[in-house]
Design a protein around this ligand. Structure first.
Ligand SMILES: N[C@@H](CCC(=O)N[C@@H](CS)C(=O)NCC(=O)O)C(=O)O
Length: 214
């Protein structure tokens, strides 16, 4: 089986990178430089007309959307137990990943690029402030879910990788995590995992290569 992950540094494509690594999968990474707008190249648009990462290509079949990609990885590498075994808990894991990509991610994107959602002059600060408030609400919900637990379920599962990305991006936007002690502890716990260390090293080398090529 040939697995190719289309990835870009800093982005949510880090979640499937971590999950594939946790799965023990052999996979090839093709890195895009979003600063150079490579997601809009004609070749990439043929692969994903939504011009987003991640994209997973498995034996030539294309899959987009993080939650679906994470689910594919978990189902394809069952020994890694990347989703809970109980069917109801598995659906709760899918619910969490959908929330990460459709409930939390859009507010992170608004902080990153306010102009994509509002072209009123001088509105950027207001868009960012509103998005920050929505994120605070989401992280409070996640904090309650993580209270007294190491991971969202009994052990590491794919939603932990997805949520790790949400937190990492929010930290880069200086969301204050002091009130969210369980989220902060989850972030620290995730940061020590070998899969995350591998991802961070890969991200650094990719960014270094982009800088050399510039
Ligand atoms: N719903 C998608 C969102 C993917 C997404 O927004 N990716 C961003 C990076 S975090 C991207 O590729 N942005 C480039 C663009 O919009 O042109 C998912 O969960 O996979």
């Amino acid at each position: 089986m040939q697995i190719v992950l289309y990835y870009a540094p800093i982005t949510c494509a880090l979640a499937p990178y971590i999950t594939l690594t946790e799965a023990g999968a052999q996979f090839e990474v093709r890195s895009l430089n979003l600063r150079k707008d490579q997601q809009h190249s004609p070749e990439y648009l043929r692969l994903n007309p939504k011009h987003k990462v991640p994209v997973l290509v498995v034996d030539g079949e294309v899959l987009t959307e993080s939650a679906a990609i994470q689910t594919w990885i978990a189902r394809s590498f069952p020994k890694a137990k990347l989703l809970p075994a109980d069917p109801w808990q598995e659906l709760k894991a899918l619910s969490l990943m959908s929330w990460c990509s459709s409930g939390i991610h859009p507010f992170l994107a608004r902080i990153n690029s306010p102009a994509k959602v509002c072209d009123v002059p001088n509105a950027a600060d207001s868009v960012r402030r509103i998005a920050q408030a929505q994120l605070v609400e989401s992280f409070q919900i996640a904090d309650n879910l993580l209270a007294g637990r190491e991971f969202f379920f009994e052990h590491f599962t794919a939603p932990d990788a997805h949520f790790f990305w949400c937190m990492r991006r929010a930290k880069q936007f200086e969301v204050d995590f002091a009130p969210f002690k369980h989220c902060a502890a989850h972030f620290e716990r995730m940061s020590t995992r070998p899969s995350v260390q591998k991802l961070l090293a890969f991200e650094k080398s990719t960014l270094d290569n982009f800088a050399k090529a510039a």
